[in-house]
Design a protein around this ligand. Sequence first.
Ligand code: BDR
Ligand code: CA
Length: 307
Amino acid sequence: MDCDPGHDDAISLILAASKGSGLSIEAITTVAGNVEVEKNTLNALKVCDMIGLTNVPVAMGATKPLLKKQAIAGEIHGDTGLDGPDLPEVPSRQAVDQHAVDLIIDKLLYAEEKLTLVPTGPLTNIAMAMIREPGILDSIEEIVLMGGGTFGNWTPVAEFNIWVDAEAAKLVLESGVPITMFGLDVTHQALATREVMDNLSEIGNPVSEFVVELLEFFSKTYKDVFGFEAGPIHDACTAAYLIEPEIFDFKHVRVDVETKGEFTYGMTSVDLLGVTNGKPNVRFATQLNEGRFWKLFDRALRSYSFT
Ligand code: BDR
Ligand code: CA
């Protein structure tokens, strides 16, 4: 899981690591995105402590995008990148002494079976790994990412993760690896409404309480910044898909990333009508079954009552 936690990245990790998810997390790698990579790394380690995931390596990755200056989303995630819940200042362990890009390459080259990459931040680490060791391409089962969409949230047409490092995103989307993409079209259907938060509050274990505190903060900033009535839990769609793929609908389409436009930098051109005749390179998520999504969420959080 390659991430920039980040409230919704943290929740995605929590879903993936829940008992009964059927998933096995090989590594957590961090990237500059929501806040600086050092802070994202600390946050990843703290989330691991919170959920008892202390045997999975956490490696720090790219400190900035491939070509551009770093941009952060502090107004959404707060100064620490994970504002809201009270967390210990210092995690119980440190990141491993290996760059995230090297860890991703090692994991892929030495794994017995193909692995799935789950990026929920800018795609810098993934692009760097592909450039550094093209031999990894055959070992990637699928890339399941959060990013893009047919509209934007950072500019009118560009989503944050893609806009932060559009050059990296272009490289990844053109890599030929199977890609499943959760863009804003579908992640804006995963809304943590007051009713959702009240229901989750009733679970009452430390992890569910932590998640509710994350959601309270995130929903408030989404209201303040975007005027949304509820916060969209973007990144959690990736883990939910890996746990229960049937809760999403997809279209297999051509998606290209704009890296040159004066007004359109970071835009994803999603050819839903097939007008470009471009070779489809992405399974683009279009629809979420909300009822099943929140049931999955509830089940995952309840599984932490027994750990
Ligand atoms: C994406 O941007 C980040 O702020 C979130 O963590 C998510 O990955 C949504 O545009
Ligand atoms: Ca993220």
